[in-house]
Write a protein that binds this ligand. Structure first.
Ligand code: ITT
Length: 193
């Protein structure tokens, strides 16, 4: 099977993307290629950070690869946490990050939010970007044990469950990452023709 390198340290993202590409590509993440560097994410946009991650692998490992930078944008918080989603509450992780969002939204009526992913692909030295967005609302109480990050508080529009109450395959039908990845898959298939 053809191999694709996904420049991520996030095991949840790896599993979601492996499921999306199963049967078509074997997905290797940073650990699988022996990359132990915590690649700096110093850009001021999802696209910029995604490109930093994919470029790092292309330059240091001489491999074609793709990377995803993603996050939650909450309307009433001026689109925070945005690119700071992974470290919104400092180094304390997923639970603290989502608690901080809930705390900042206390008493706020506007609970609108969206998840965004930008995927950067580097292929034969050329760069390509693919984007995915899903709109929803922030629940008052975290619900559900699946997924990761802000999934327990994010309820996508048109559904009664949070992402964390959905199975991975349900989330993969509608998520920001799945939308961006389907564009990437379509692109790879067109190019292979
Ligand atoms: P890599 O950079 O190694 O890929 P990361 O977790 O640091 O892993 P990002 O820099 O893209 O990834 O940060 C994304 C953060 O946004 C992530 O840690 C979550 O807090 C949140 N996030 C992104 N996609 C999510 C999703 O599908 N469900 C829940 N939270 C998500």
């Amino acid at each position: 099977m053809k191999k694709l390198v996904f420049a991520t340290n996030n095991q949840h993202k790896t599993e979601e993307v492996r499921t999306l590409l199963s049967g078509e590509y074997e997905v290797l993440n940073l650990k699988d290629i022996g990359c132990t560097t915590d690649i700096p994410e110093t850009a001021d946009s999802f696209a910029g950070n995604a490109e930093l991650k994919s470029s790092f692998v292309a330059e240091n490992f001489h491999l074609d690869c793709f990377a995803d930078d993603s996050g939650l944008e909450v309307e009433a918080l001026n689109n925070e946490p945005g690119i700071y989603s992974a470290r919104y509450a400092g180094e304390r992780g997923d639970e603290a990050n989502l608690r901080l969002v809930l705390q900042k939204l206390e008493g706020e009526k506007n609970r609108k939010a969206r998840f965004r992913t930008v995927v950067s692909l580097i292929q034969n030295g050329e760069r390509f970007l693919f984007e995915g967005t899903v709109n929803g609302t922030i629940r008052k109480t975290p619900t559900g044990g699946n997924g990761f990050g802000y999934d327990p508080v994010f309820q996508p529009d048109g559904y009664e469950q949070t992402f964390a109450e959905m199975s991975m395959s349900q989330k993969n039908e509608i998520s920001h990452r799945a939308i961006a990845m389907r564009k990437l898959i379509h692109f790879l298939k067109e190019k292979a023709l």
